[in-house]
Design a protein around this ligand. Structure first.
Ligand code: ASP
Length: 344
């Protein structure tokens, strides 16, 4: 395993190719552990992983908690509705309360971009050793989703050696509500770092032209880009132009809870122009996988028949891959041992 230098995981813009390789290698090893019998490794015994989710989640939170348990960590979770937030406690004071209880890792989700990073900075300033893992912040970033998507794609292209190199030169089409998607933003950093060429496809209201220059060097807030040579990003407005030659299609949920203007004519019109079905996929000219981070609006982003077809729709595979990816991240941030398998 190469050297890991991150104290927190906040944004994939900060990852080098070696970082992506480290996470994928470790996740692939965790993934090949037996799925029945004794499934736990002692790697995080005595550590405390706390999930602070200030925004709803079905997959991410339970996947992180399961990942922590599979590494024998103690797990604690916070729920905003029944917490002292409703009595006026600040986010940071809430975080400090869990740190005082001994949290080694805080997995933080919030509707506002930048909350996990602000928490990490404040806790660092006061000398706390806790690691902050971004579980999704506003429109900004969702690193564990970007990494599990990377593992899912790498495994599709190279089932026995799913490294970042499996993505080099691949054309990945990302379709839909890019504007409101932290998943798309994380994937743009991850995919281009691995040398994939990304085609973004959607209506101008959900995919402003500026996204073609999203991956800038250096990334915002960083002194330099940790990746020497990135893949490209191109914007195409019609699926008929985007799909021919694609190697994979990633669809995004229409995030209606974040749309404060009328950005869509109707869900039916969206499906007609941008919905992915078996028939649409034929435009790719070969069998390609389809991803979606979930939750899916069935019959809107994906046809029901495609969503139920595991031969090309990898939605459940993404959920499965989320667990070893999150084990890898928790391990890298919180374990003392250089190798999780030596202590097994
Ligand atoms: N579950 C993903 C997220 O939290 C995608 C979505 O909600 O559409 O960003």
């Amino acid at each position: 395993m190469s050297r890991w230098s991150h104290r927190h995981v906040l944004d994939l813009a900060a990852f080098s190719l070696a970082d992506f390789t480290t996470v994928l290698e470790l996740a692939q090893r965790f993934r090949s552990l037996p799925t029945s019998g004794a499934r736990r490794l002692p790697a995080l015994q005595g550590r405390l992983v706390t999930s602070l989710f200030f925004e709803p989640s079905t997959r991410t939170r339970s996947s992180f908690e399961l990942a922590a348990r599979r590494l024998s960590a103690d797990v604690q979770s916070f729920s905003p509705a029944s917490s002292s937030l409703s009595k006026g406690e600040s986010l940071l004071d809430t975080a400090r309360t869990y740190v005082a209880m001994g949290a080694d890792v805080l997995v933080v989700r919030h509707a506002c971009a930048g909350v996990p990073a602000a928490m990490a900075r404040a806790l660092d300033r006061s000398g706390e050793r806790v690691a902050v893992l971004n579980g999704g912040d506003g429109l900004h970033s969702h690193p564990s989703q970007g990494l599990l998507d990377l593992l899912t794609l790498a495994r599709w292209f190279e089932p026995t050696a799913p490294t970042p190199a499996a993505l080099a030169g691949k054309r990945i089409v990302i379709v839909g509500d890019v504007l409101h998607s932290r998943v798309a933003r994380s994937n743009l950093w991850a995919l281009t770092a691995c040398g994939a060429d990304v085609v973004l496809c959607g209506p101008a209201t959900l995919l402003p032209d500026g996204f073609a220059a999203f991956v800038q060097a250096p990334p915002p807030g960083q002194a330099h880009d940790p990746v020497e040579c990135r893949g490209t990003i191109r914007i195409v407005r019609q699926l008929e132009e985007a799909l021919p030659g694609a190697d994979a299609v990633m669809t995004l949920r229409l995030q209606q809870e974040r749309m404060h203007q009328h950005l869509l004519t109707s869900l039916d019109t969206y499906h007609r122009h941008y919905g992915i079905s078996h028939q649409r996929l034929e435009l790719c000219g070969k069998p390609v996988p389809v991803l979606h981070p979930g939750p899916v609006n069935r019959g809107v982003e994906l046809s029901g028949a495609l969503l139920d077809d595991p031969s090309c729709c990898l939605v459940e595979e993404q959920v499965r891959n989320g667990i070893p990816i999150r084990m890898a991240l928790l391990y890298l941030l919180a374990a003392a041992e250089p190798d999780p398998f030596t202590a097994a």
